[in-house]
Design a protein around this ligand. Sequence first.
Ligand SMILES: Nc1ncnc2c1ncn2[C@@H]1O[C@H](COP(=O)(O)OP(=O)(O)OP(=O)(O)O)[C@@H](O)[C@H]1O
Length: 262
Amino acid sequence: MTVVHPNLDETKAKISARDVSVFYGDKKAIDGVSIDIPTEYVTAFIGPSGCGKSTFLRTLNRMNDTIAAARVEGEIMLDGEDIYRSKMDVVQLRARVGMVFQKPNPFPKSIYENVAYGPRIHGFAESKHDLDAIVEKSLQRAGLWNEVKDRLSDSGTALSGGQQQRLCIARAIAVDPEVILMDEPCSALDPIATAKIEELIAELHGRYAIVIVTHSMQQAARVSQRTAFFHLGKMVEYGRTTDIFTNPLEERTKDYITGRYG
Ligand SMILES: Nc1ncnc2c1ncn2[C@@H]1O[C@H](COP(=O)(O)OP(=O)(O)OP(=O)(O)O)[C@@H](O)[C@H]1O
C-alpha cells in the first residue's frame, strides 16, 4: 500500500495507473503500483538503485513492449483510454507520451531532420513551410533555437551532450505530446548542461505532464512539485515534493532522504 499524503489538491489525471505490476520472466520488478499523474505538476520518481523507477516509467508508454521478458499487469489509462488494449496504436501512443532517455540519443542525421522526422511521419505538416515552422517552434521551446539556427543542417550528433539532450526534447515536443517521460535525463551531463535542462523543465511545466526519474534528491526538489518514493518494486509514499522531503510519513522514505541507504 502506498501512503498518499492527505493534503493534495484535486487534479485531473492525465495518466492513471491502477495496480500495475511488472515481471521480467518470473521476477516481479513492480508490485501493485497505483498513481494519478496530472498535467499541472512535474512528478518525480525517486528511490534507491534497482527499485523499479525506470521499469514503471516505461510502462507509461509501453516501452516495456520492447523487452521480450517483460510482462505488465494492471491498468494504465491515458485520458481514460486503456493504453494496453490490443487496438492501441503504439507509435501514436509514443508520440502522445514522449520519452527522453538517460543518454542523449539523437538520430545520426541533421539537427533539422532530428526534429522534422516525427511530424513528417505523423503527417503534421502539409508543406515545407509548415515543417520549418514546427522545427523552429520545437527548438525554441527546447531552448536550443538560438544555438543552432544557423547550422540546422549539421549533424545532431556533433552537438554537445547537453545540446543533444535538448535536441531530444525538441524531437519529443515536435509531435505535440501530452506527456513527457524523462529517465534520468541529466545523468550524462555536466552541471551547467544539467541546470539548462532543469530550467527547461520549469518552462515546460504545466504545458505537458512531465514525469522525471532522478537519482538526485536535490534535482527532484528543484524541478518537481509531486514526488513518488519507490522501494523494492513498491511505491511507498506519494505527496507534494516539499512534504516528501520535509515531512515524510514512512520510515523507509525518511531513511532514504536522510541518506541512510541508496
Ligand atoms: N531488461 C531487464 N531484464 C531483466 N530484469 C530487469 C530488466 N530491467 C530491469 N530489470 C530488473 O528490474 C529491477 C528494477 O530495475 P529498474 O532499472 O527499473 O530500477 P531503477 O530503480 O530504475 O534502477 P536505477 O536507479 O539503478 O536505474 C532490477 O532488479 C533490475 O535488475
